[in-house]
Ligand binder design. Structure first.
Ligand code: ADP
Length: 702
């Protein structure tokens, strides 16, 4: 069975080996054990049930929380020519009837449904009449009331299972299960402890950045500018903030859309589609966006506000880099941000017990913002991972990339202004006093008489506010929890005012691009986009970015070489891969032409082939690329050697054959080639004889 699974992995999905945990999970399912897989986002959960679905005789019922996710997965499966479909509220009754009839007839390998469907008695009886061999419960933490996304309909799954006459195997997956959630899932779905596979939560390709005290809008504008070719999600806490940020970025000319629960269903669907189809690069959204977004090439996720829990944060941030390519997760933090999630919890309808738990979770989230230790280590430790990381070298705490500027004088001016305004005013008023503003409010309060009035008049109000916010983030000033937060000095401020301590402002280093620019990658990405439109598929259902990236690096120009690329199996090659092969060939020819003109305008043809050999291409690849006969390329090699160019003979003639040829030359001479060829073993070619004849004696000895 496992051999069959490995074959399917190669033939359908184009991968030569399993990812961590996949093999064990698939083996456990195929042995007939109810199985739980706890794998990080991007860990490859889908394949864990899709391959068994292809091995088993009946249909695999996949229970998945969101319609968009289903459609994406079905698109990807259909691109692989797998018989799969979904049933949800977006279909008409007639369509549902037809699909269910086909299910009962056993025409599908996979049927995706939303859990709410299980409320229908008719639907349950149709499932009872079908041959279900496997039930896969995706996002299975939704079954637990401890989870952050509890969905009551998930509780109908155990009932469905017991109602089926031939007990199917049950498998469940999640990325974010804490101990309590794990216990709930395994009890409710009857999964034994030894059939729980935890592959860890680590996402090594993600870089975690915590930016505190920075001006958030400035940061975002700079960031999306630098990374404008890449897709990203920006999460904000409220609809209003989403609206504001979207207009701000639109005005700056970025390709941006917004998503929140206040928009109409149609509008939301359109934005989501555009994002998935790479037509919109950035999406600004509340946390209503994303669950079930299967887009694999999201390169960054920025949180403009503080999430309520680390579970939420890791799940949302984890939408970056699902294809395993580098991704960045940035949390923009300001101490004043703590108020909003507190307010949400306070206003919620949660029981006191759950409220308390929410507060505990929020405190962990806040601790994350203040820790000076490894951010990845902090997250992994929270999720109860055994494998402790203290120095990941891929988070902002491990590789602190900041330059320090002494701002002690400015800090003293600000702190003393907070003191002089009697610790009764907000950031804006303090900034106005320091600027020396003539605003009515300032004058009325008599603040123009203060000794701190106009002390920072050279700076703009925005710069002063940024500095005050920095001092808040660093804990020199605190803000009250009131409706209009008021600035107060903390104990940390005293030694600064007394001149005993200095304050340093951390200047952020320039933002770097996440992905490097590459012209072949852009060509392939554009071509994929066209193909996707024609096929009405999301681009990544054709090939993931990681697959395109590997194509760019290896530039395969033969079918065999193309099949070596991860993500290109025989089926995908036939459907799409062969067209990409042509594109790469075209590019390589143009590149050669460019190189030719770059060196001299008329590099001799044999040297063009010689140069290509030096880049690691084989003779047949060169022939293929230049559309020349193999014998012509061989003659190019002989000529290059005759002209004294260095050639590694080991590539073409074994030492044994070299000796044979040399001895024969000594024996019968080399006036004519034909007798020499006939006197040698058949497998020795004219090309090899010519090479030996052309090589200088001392060269041959090497
Ligand atoms: P999850 O649902 O766990 O977030 P997916 O099932 O979407 O993850 O898989 C994440 C990515 O990993 C996809 O791009 C998928 O094609 C890829 N993948 C899955 N299995 C393998 C494998 N064995 N080798 C290489 N890539 C894989």
């Amino acid at each position: 069975m496992l051999e069959q699974a490995e074959q399917l992995l190669q033939d359908y999905f184009g991968y030569s080996s399993f990812k961590k945990g996949q093999k064990e999970i698939i083996e456990s399912i195929l042995t007939g054990n109810n199985t739980l897989g706890i794998m990080p986002t991007g860990g490859g959960k889908s394949i864990c049930f899709q391959i068994p679905a292809l091995c088993l005789s009946g249909v695999t019922l996949v229970i998945s929380p969101l319609i968009s996710l289903m459609k994406d997965q079905i698109d990807s499966l259909n691109a692989l020519e797998v018989e799969a479909t979904f049933i949800n509220s977006s279909l008409s009754n007639l369509e549902i009837k037809e699909r269910m009839a086909k299910t009962c007839e056993g025409q599908y390998d996979l049927l995706y449904i939303a859990p709410e469907r299980l409320q229908s008695k008719e639907f349950i009886s149709q499932l009872q009449a079908s041959d279900i061999s496997l039930i896969a419960v995706d996002e299975s933490h939704c079954i637990s009331s401890w989870g952050h996304d509890f969905r009551p309909s998930y509780r109908l799954i155990p009932k469905l299972i017991t109602s089926l006459s031939n007990q199917p195997v049950v498998t469940a997956f999640t990325a974010t299960a804490t101990k309590e959630v794990r216990k709930d899932i395994s009890e409710l779905l009857r999964i034994e402890e030894e059939s729980i596979y935890v592959t860890g939560f680590d996402r090594p390709n993600l870089k975690f950045n915590l930016i505190s005290g920075d001006n958030k809008k400035d940061f975002i504008a700079e960031y999306v500018e630098v990374n404008q070719d890449d897709a990203g999600i920006i999460y904000a806490a409220t609809r209003k903030e989403v609206d504001q940020l979207t207009s701000f970025l639109k005005q700056k000319g970025f390709s941006v859309g917004k998503y929140h629960a206040g928009l109409g269903g149609q509008e939301r669907r359109e934005v989501q589609e555009k994002f998935i189809f790479d037509e919109l690069k950035i999406i600004v959204a509340t946390n209503a966006f994303g669950m079930g977004i299967d887009k694999s090439n999201v390169r960054y996720v920025i949180h403009h506000n503080l999430p309520q829990t680390l579970e939420d944060y890791y799940q949302e941030a984890g939408r970056a880099g699902r294809d395993g390519e580098p991704g960045e997760c940035i949390l923009l933090f300001h101490p004043a941000d703590i108020r909003l999630p507190k307010f949400f919890i306070e206003k919620s309808n949660l029981t006191p017990q759950f409220k308390k738990r929410r507060y505990q979770q929020l405190h962990k989230m806040i601790d994350y913002c203040y820790t000076t230790k490894c951010l990845r280590g902090f997250i992994l430790n929270y999720f109860d991972n055994q494998q402790l990381i203290n120095d990941c070298d891929n988070c902002s705490n491990c590789n602190e990339e900041q330059e320090l500027i002494d701002i002690t004088t400015e800090a003293q001016k600000i702190l003393s202004c907070v003191y002089k305004t009697e610790q009764r005013f907000g950031v804006t008023t303090v900034a106005c006093v320091l600027k020396g503003s003539k605003r009515q409010k300032i004058l009325k309060l008599g603040f123009d008489q203060l000794s701190t009035y106009g002390l920072l008049k050279e700076n703009t109000i925005k710069e002063i506010k940024d500095l005050i916010n920095f001092l808040i983030a660093e804990g020199y000033i605190s803000l009250t929890n009131s409706k209009y937060p008021v600035t107060k000095l903390t104990a940390k401020a005293k030694p600064v005012l007394a001149g005993r301590e200095e304050v340093y402002y951390k200047v952020r280093k320039k933002i770097k691009r996440i992905t490097s620019q590459n012209s072949l990658f852009s060509i392939l990405r554009e071509f994929r986009m066209k193909l996707a439109k024609k096929e009405d598929l999301p681009p990544y259902a054709i090939f993931h970015d990681s697959t395109l990236k590997q194509m760019t690096e290896q530039k395969p120009i033969t079918k065999e070489a193309m099949l070596e690329i991860k993500g290109v199996g025989p089926i995908k090659f036939q459907r799409y891969g062969k067209f990409f092969l042509e594109k790469i060939k075209e590019f390589a020819v143009q590149e050669t032409a460019r190189q030719e003109t770059a060196t001299t305008t008329d590099t001799p043809s044999h040297l063009v082939s010689y140069n290509l050999l030096k880049t690691g291409k084989s003779l047949s690849e060169i022939a293929n690329l230049r559309e020349l006969a193999l014998t012509t390329v061989q003659s190019h090699m002989v000529r290059s050697l005759q002209e004294g160019f260095d050639l590694n003979l080991d590539l073409f003639v074994s030492h044994k054959n070299r000796d044979l040829i040399k001895n024969k030359i000594k024996e019968i001479g080399a006036e004519r080639l034909k007798p020499l060829k006939e006197a040698l073993p058949e497998e020795i070619s004219y090309f090899q004889i010519k090479l030996i004849l052309s090589a200088k004696e001392e060269y041959l000895e090497l």
